[in-house]
Design a protein around this ligand. Structure first.
Ligand SMILES: [Zn+2]
Length: 419
């Protein structure tokens, strides 16, 4: 007999709680045991990995998005072809029908910023486990009915799975301008709002202008870099702290803890760190909870800041996600500047600066957008001083009169364009 979905979620909740407990008791022993089981039950079914399924993780190749897509057909354990999955996902997206499946496996399309689109495959068990993760680590339990406003580019069966008698899920299409959502938002009065920071900041603006009046108890930031300024502005506006969720291709990688840091879910993930400097690292992630499409040594493009946390968890603590490695600014002579320096410099240039975007469009040219625009010179001068300090010469500055942001895509505040 097929187990109903809700029961699967409950089973997954118990499993998750037990895994977390075991990890916190003895991280290494837990991960080794889980890795062995994962090799036997999952990797042994993957054409790409079956011959090395019994080996330690070092035997597996590190992959980026490109290799992950290239090897799609051989990685997944259900014999699903990339082209077929892409076709199914495309058809679903163009008809705005968000339930594409192949043999019971949900097919999703990742909203990649680069041309190469990622496809993810999730079985019903994995969906249940995802829901359990969201309930246990992000939304938390409550016996009161909660309404979640979720801003997404495309809805997915994965997200609506969270729906239950106690959680009402409302999907807001990111491709539709915010002003068309305001009435519905005001009527809904969401308890929880989930969206990317650029969208959340539009909510702040609307709330301040009086066109929006909501009082959420939780704000959850996803997808883009959440800067300290935006975090503070959101807190002032809605009077609740902002939580961050780190996820990709529907893997739930980490979330904010009680101390305001976030932890990577090492009770199901193996994290290898590629250090960029003393505190910054690029994570290489192995997700031992993915069964249909194992994610093995997947190198993320994100720059994470390692920190120590006092909350008691032994899982890796991260103070912030700084941005993507491809948004590190590179200058002649091998000089590089991390996005966080640029951010601090622009914000520190003048207290009135409320929004900005910096795009590197060539090794010696920066385009700068600043709000209010009359502070453009201060931002430019501050950046000039930063480069002088770093011995970076000959950078020219261009004035942008508007942000570059395509509706429905991720907003990249500090962006290095490589041509
Ligand atoms: Zn913590």
């Amino acid at each position: 007999m097929k187990m109903p979905f809700k029961l699967k979620v409950i089973v997954a909740l118990f499993k998750l709680a037990r895994q977390r407990q075991r990890f916190e008791r003895n991280p290494q022993a837990h991960q080794q045991r889980m890795w062995r089981t994962f090799g036997q039950t999952t990797l042994s079914k993957s054409p790409l990995y079956k011959d090395i399924a019994h080996r330690s993780i070092d035997a597996f190749p590190v992959q980026g998005k490109e290799e992950f897509n290239r090897d799609f057909d051989r990685i997944n354990t259900r014999g699903i072809r990339y082209n077929h999955a892409l076709q199914v996902a495309d058809e679903a997206e163009s008809s705005r029908d968000f339930t594409p499946t192949i043999d019971g496996v949900t097919v999703g399309l990742s909203s990649g910023t680069s041309g190469n689109r990622g496809i993810f495959l999730v079985s019903e068990e994995e969906r249940a486990s995802w829901v359990a993760m969201v309930l246990q680590r992000i939304l938390g339990f409550s016996l009161r009915k909660r309404k979640v406003a979720f801003f997404l580019r495309a809805n997915s069966k994965l997200y609506t799975s969270v729906q239950s008698r106690l959680i009402q899920f409302a999907f807001f299409d990111l491709l539709i301008p915010l002003e068309h959502h305001l009435t519905r938002l005001n009527d809904l009065q969401p308890t929880i709002v989930v969206g990317q920071p650029s969208l959340l900041m539009m909510l702040v603006e609307a709330q301040e202008q009086g066109t929006l009046h909501i009082a959420p108890q939780k704000i959850i930031s996803v997808a883009e870099v959440l800067s300290d300024e935006d975090k503070a502005a959101l807190k002032v506006c809605f009077q609740v702290p902002v939580q961050q969720v780190y996820q990709c291709n529907e893997g739930m990688f980490g979330q904010t803890c009680s101390q305001g840091n976030f932890h990577l879910n090492e009770d199901g993930l193996l994290i290898e760190k590629e250090w960029l400097d003393a505190t910054r690292f690029q994570p290489i992630i192995t997700d031992m909870r993915r069964k249909v499409q194992p994610v093995i040594r997947y190198k993320m493009n994100d720059i994470l800041h390692a920190t120590e946390c006092t909350c008691g968890s032994k899982m890796i603590a991260v103070s912030q996600i700084e941005g993507r490695t491809d948004d590190v600014l590179h200058f002649p002579g091998g000089k590089r500047v991390f996005p966080d320096f640029i951010r601090r410099t622009v914000i520190g240039a003048h207290p009135a600066i409320s929004n900005y975007q910096i795009i590197q469009e060539g090794s010696d040219q920066l385009s700068i957008y600043v709000e209010p625009i009359d502070q453009w010179e201060s931002a430019k001068n501050a950046l000039g001083r930063l480069f002088e300090d770093q011995n970076i010469q000959g950078v020219s500055f261009l004035k942008l009169t508007d942000k570059r942001h395509i509706l429905g895509t991720k907003f990249r505040r500090i962006h290095a364009q490589r041509s």
